[in-house]
Design a protein around this ligand. Structure first.
Ligand SMILES: NC(=O)c1ccc[n+]([C@@H]2O[C@H](COP(=O)([O-])OP(=O)(O)OC[C@H]3O[C@@H](n4cnc5c(N)ncnc54)[C@H](O)[C@@H]3O)[C@@H](O)[C@H]2O)c1
Length: 366
């Protein structure tokens, strides 16, 4: 099979679909790989790195799209890329179709065989190709939170670790899933005083066993959230209700009791955010201030660390990409139920329940 990857065209998207190491794997499996010139530069991979891995560098995106059997990307195609879609082309990338009717239509009408990273689902309902980005966002959230507490960034001027004789920062993490756990790991390492809240007692028990009295676990009731948030220097919002908008657990009325310059890192912003004033921001202007409280709410946090994110993403996506390339989509999906769940558009039919529901399309079972 001919596999192609192109330069991402979305604003501030610096990741790339294939690392040189992933290219080498496809080549070892007997496939050819085309890479648009400079596609990997923003992630620190040069054309030469790809050539050494066995890829062919191609001058234009058009040629890569037209010559490849499967395009491996990071973000969904933008309107400027819709013209590249065609019948039988395999498209393997993040799609988030339930929020994008125009793209859903374009994929259906062009009969592009579309596999979305975010709907590949394991038996235990975990999402293996989303997980690495949550790991990045959780860890980065801790770093950004500590940074925006600094006075030059508008913060309250609290050092996350404190120093001998001075209190460390008080941090609350709401949601103990992948983002929450990864933020916790960083913040404990940085010496913060952390309380982590969730409604899942099993997770709290697990974290209590893991960290003992170095952290405080707490059931996520409205009372507890109010009490803990008001007393926090830094709050990390990391809740997920699968398939639904994030609940607005952090009320604006709490802000007047918080220290001015305290920070809320609203990681769940891609699901609408956890505060009553949540709005998405971008890396070029990542924060806004409401009632003296700094809100960091970048919806695409992993884009700030594209090299780490690209490698982490490839570690998760390569396995399924190779299955598609080696076996063809039809055989591969019969051998792997997780991969089958990743298929959103199949021969011009919508096959993802959430997307069909969002746009009133008939759900076709493959
Ligand atoms: N901004 C970004 O760049 C970025 C990147 C990755 C993930 N995210 C988002 O971060 C959020 C968390 O993702 P995740 O991978 O950690 O999800 P996850 O499913 O692993 O964890 C979510 C946790 O929230 C808990 N929860 C649900 N309701 C709660 C409540 N009322 N109070 C406290 N906890 C509650 C769940 O029990 C679960 O433990 C999601 O919205 C995800 O889309 C954002």
């Amino acid at each position: 099979m001919i596999i192609g990857t192109v330069k991402e065209v979305k604003n501030n998207e610096f990741r790339v679909g294939l690392t040189p190491s992933a290219v080498r794997e496809y080549i070892h499996h007997g496939h050819s790989v085309l890479v648009e010139t400079n596609a990997g530069l923003n992630s620190g991979f040069t054309n030469d790195d790809y050539v050494k891995a066995g890829a062919k560098i191609i001058k234009t995106a058009l040629e890569v799209w037209n010559t490849s059997d499967m395009i491996v990307k990071v973000k969904e195609p933008l309107e400027s890329e819709f013209g590249y879609l065609r019948e039988g082309l395999l498209l393997y990338t993040y799609l988030h179709l339930a929020a994008n009717e125009a793209l859903t239509k374009a994929l259906i009408e062009s009969k592009t065989q579309s596999i979305a990273y975010e709907t590949i689902e394991l038996e235990d309902h975990s999402l293996p190709c989303l997980k690495p980005m949550s790991e990045v966002a959780g860890r980065l959230g801790a770093i950004e939170g500590a940074k925006y507490l600094e006075k030059p960034f508008g913060g309250s001027g609290v050092l996350i670790s404190g120093v001998p004789g001075v209190d460390q920062a008080k941090v609350s993490i709401i949601g103990a899933g992948v983002v929450g756990e990864n933020a916790l790991k960083m913040l404990v390492g940085m010496g913060a005083k952390v309380t982590i809240l969730d409604i899942n007692l099993k997770k709290l028990t697990y974290l209590d066993d893991l960290y003992g009295n170095r952290i405080q676990t707490m059931y996520s009731s409205s009372d507890n959230i109010e009490r803990i948030v008001k007393d926090s220097d830094l709050v990390i919002g990391a809740v997920l209700l699968p398939g639904a908008k994030a609940p607005k657990l952090i009320k604006r009325s709490y802000y007047k009791d918080m220290r001015p310059g305290s920070v809320i890192v609203d990681v769940a912003i891609d699901q609408g955010g956890s505060t009553e004033v949540s709005k998405a921001t971008y890396h070029d202007n990542p924060t806004y201030v409401v009632d003296g409280i700094i809100h960091y709410s970048v919806a695409n946090m992993p884009g700030a660390v594209p090299r780490t994110s690209t490698i982490a993403l490839n570690n998760a996506t390569l396995k399924y990409g190779l299955m598609i390339a080696d076996l063809g989509l039809d055989v591969a999906m019969n051998e792997s139920l997780p991969l089958k769940k990743g298929i959103n558009v199949y021969h011009g039919n919508c096959t993802c329940p959430g997307v069909c529901e969002a746009f009133g399309l008939p759900l076709i079972e493959i």
